[in-house]
Design a protein around this ligand. Structure first.
Ligand SMILES: [Zn+2]
Ligand SMILES: [Zn+2]
Length: 340
């Protein structure tokens, strides 16, 4: 089969001919890929940023945002059948550890991360497990939803955690209205009655944010912290920071009001905060990594009801290098999707 493999760091991945994956165990599932999302994390992997954490031997197949159709199942699989349309939780988990039993899939002690820790879904077929499969309505096109498997679940997970804080009368600031942010805005609009303020440096992204449910938009042109403080009477109840680098992380902390919560979702920057500031204002800093199986299942209910829609641009698998280059040069509106 064709597959997009990374052979060396700081080099463009290559479309190779490789053997198809085979079932290893009774709960394994092989999925025929219908769409694989191209993500900024792929660029970070290519730069070698994940190597220290993952130590994945090269070459291997990229692609951690996957949807398609069940192609083959192990002897003990009962929740999906060959031909079912599925979206995949990014980490096949063990189901037996403390975290799995609490539904906290991302902290499973025996999980894999296809596309990061082993071969991923930028290929014709992907090996996963029964626990990772979420069955979709057969009319759903995998290429339309694939990016919800990582970008979407990550945005939804943060919003889902913030819901108890976002009762009517509160304000939520969203920093960054790109791939994740534009999903986060739709989730906030669908699930809460909070007032939504969106901050981005790109006026076009802010126009889209207004259409998706933002109550106010603020151009990040130098006065964004003061503007948000004026709009919120001193700071927001919750700040969802989908950027968290290049200075956004300092803005996000400053925009968070007393007893408010600063959710770090994007990554790359560094925060230096006097501990005195943390105790006197009782502000919280909350980390977020992907999300749970149930988060993705709930998000698919919103997607199938038309309450969350993804803006996508598709590329054939052979054009993967072009898709990476377009993402790197910020030429992609919404999300780039590879279709084998
Ligand atoms: Zn991703
Ligand atoms: Zn587990």
């Amino acid at each position: 089969m064709k597959a997009v493999r990374l052979h060396a760091f700081n080099q463009m991945p290559v479309v190779d001919e490789v053997p198809e994956p085979a079932l290893r165990g009774p709960l394994d599932v092989i999925v025929k890929i219908g769409g694989a999302g191209v993500c900024r994390t792929d660029l970070h992997i290519m730069e070698g940023q994940w190597d220290a954490a993952m130590h994945t031997p090269l070459p291997y197949i990229l692609g951690h945002e996957n949807a398609g159709w069940v192609h083959e199942i192990g002897s003990a699989v009962t929740n999906v059948a060959v031909g079912d349309t599925v979206i995949l939780h990014p980490t096949p988990t063990c189901g037996l550890c403390h975290a799995c039993r609490a539904g906290d899939d991302m902290h499973c002690i025996n999980s894999e991360f296809p596309g990061l820790s082993r071969d991923g879904g930028m290929a014709e077929y992907l090996l996963t497990t029964a626990r990772a499969c979420i069955k979709l309505d057969p009319s759903t096109q995998p290429k339309d939803v694939a990016a919800l498997a990582d970008a979407g679940i990550t945005a939804y997970h943060a919003v889902r955690k913030a819901i108890p804080l976002l009762y009517p009368g509160t304000t939520c600031v969203v920093i960054g209205a790109g791939g994740l942010g534009h999903i986060g805005i739709q989730c906030l609009a669908a699930l809460t009655a909070t007032r939504i303020i969106v901050v981005d440096s790109n006026p076009d992204a802010l126009k889209l944010a207004e259409q998706l449910g933002a109550d106010h938009t603020v151009v990040a042109g130098g006065r964004q912290v003061e503007t948000v403080k004026e709009l919120t009477g001193g700071g927001a109840t919750v700040v969802l920071d989908f950027v968290a680098e290049r200075g956004a992380e300092n803005d996000g902390w400053e925009m968070t009001g007393e007893a408010g919560s600063y959710f770090v979702i994007g990554y790359g920057g560094e925060l230096h905060i006097p501990t005195l500031d943390i105790i006197t204002t009782e502000r919280n800093i909350i980390g977020n990594i992907v999300g749970t199986y149930n988060d993705l299942a709930e998000l698919m209910v919103l997607a199938e009801a038309g309450k969350v829609t993804l803006h996508t641009r598709t590329y054939p698998l052979d054009a993967a290098p072009e898709a990476f280059a377009d993402l790197d040069a910020v030429r992609v509106r919404g999300r780039a999707i590879l279709v084998p």
